[in-house]
Design a protein around this ligand. Structure first.
Ligand code: CP
Length: 326
């Protein structure tokens, strides 16, 4: 579709398909707006009308708790109508293709499609066939842009900055769209990124993304400000990548003994869903002083409100929507 991207919003993109390619200015715009929404979400009156009259469709070809729910909540708080399409109940089960499904929804004049798909590039392909805004809610092992944005808001609120921080992304990097989006975002914002994991779960060429690679957990998280754990994504694994769960936890699971190598004020993150006792010890995950996991979920709603506002800040006739952000 040749519909031009929105103008005069500070975010000259029609869709949010990935973090790769966004400038630090564009990322900062989204983070600042998210911060404003955090405060609104903590107040009694959480409703705004920026998306009044608009329709958002959640189209998830993979399971989700956090992302799907927070997009629904975000859109409703902004006044939009929301439809959730469950793939198991849709015509996709009868053999309809991804693109035919997209064009069908497009014909119903949706304003935003939020799409999660198991294939890397699947959401980008879909975005080329519709004239509404498309947000990538995770495509294969490629990108999960709103996760990286919510992680960045969480870190920035706690540490006051992203620039100069040392962040270790640990575990199943090979199958992780969260890792890729975070690497792009943190590098763009001036953080120093390490990836830490066994050779079977860290792609050989990952260094090209501008990260340091460690195959020893203790060395990898040494003196880090943030330790970000990743889930073992068995749904994307074909074959055995780890000898056993017990052995994986012994070498790669985050417990207090390993965490002692990080800075004394290092904070712990996990995008969820967590496998307790696999990639993270339960006590560490629930450590209210150091674990940001619940805060990440809270930030998810604010970030998605910001993304929805930015991508719909233009009327269908092409004129920017006036008025304040909050
Ligand atoms: N982090 C994340 O994407 O979680 P869900 O799979 O629950 O959406």
């Amino acid at each position: 579709m040749s519909t031009p991207p929105p103008q005069n919003t500070g975010f000259p993109h029609r869709h949010l398909l990935g973090i790769e390619g966004l400038s630090s200015t564009e990322i900062t715009l989204l983070l600042d707006l998210s911060d404003a929404y955090v405060e609104i979400n903590r107040s009694a009156d959480k409703k705004r009308n920026h998306l009044s009259g608009r329709t958002l469709i959640n189209l998830f070809f993979e399971t989700s708790t956090r992302t799907r729910t927070s997009f629904e909540l975000a859109a409703k708080r902004l006044g939009a109508d929301v439809i959730n399409i469950s793939v198991s109940d849709s015509a996709i089960k009868k053999g309809e293709t991804l693109l035919d499904t997209a064009m069908t929804l497009n014909a119903m004049h949706a304003d935003v499609l939020v799409v999660r798909h198991p294939f890397s590039g699947g959401v980008t392909l879909l975005s080329q066939k519709v004239n509404c805004a498309v947000i990538n809610a995770g495509d294969g092992s490629h990108e999960h842009p709103t996760q990286a944005l919510l992680d960045a808001v969480t870190i920035r609120r706690r540490k006051g900055r992203l620039e100069g921080l040392r962040v270790a992304i640990c575990g199943d990097v090979a199958h992780s769209r969260v890792a890729r989006s975070n690497i792009h975002l943190l590098n763009t914002m001036g953080a120093s990124v390490r990836v830490v994991g066994p050779p079977t779960l860290v792609p050989g060429q990952i260094g090209r993304l501008g990260v340091e690679v460690f195959h020893d957990m203790r060395k990898g998280i040494k003196d880090c400000d943030i330790v970000m754990m990743l889930r073992l994504q068995s749904e994307r694994m074909h074959g055995a990548f780890v000898p056993s769960i017990r052995e994986y936890f012994h070498f790669w699971g985050l417990d207090y003994a390993k965490l002692a190598e990080a800075k004394p004020d290092a904070l712990i993150m996990h995008p969820g869903p967590m496998n307790r006792g696999v990639e993270i010890d339960s006590e560490v995950a629930d450590d209210m002083g150091r674990s940001l996991i619940r805060e990440q979920v809270e930030m998810g709603v604010a970030v998605r409100m910001a993304c929805l506002e930015i991508l719909t800040r233009i009327r269908t006739n092409g004129a920017p929507v006036p008025g304040p952000v909050t």
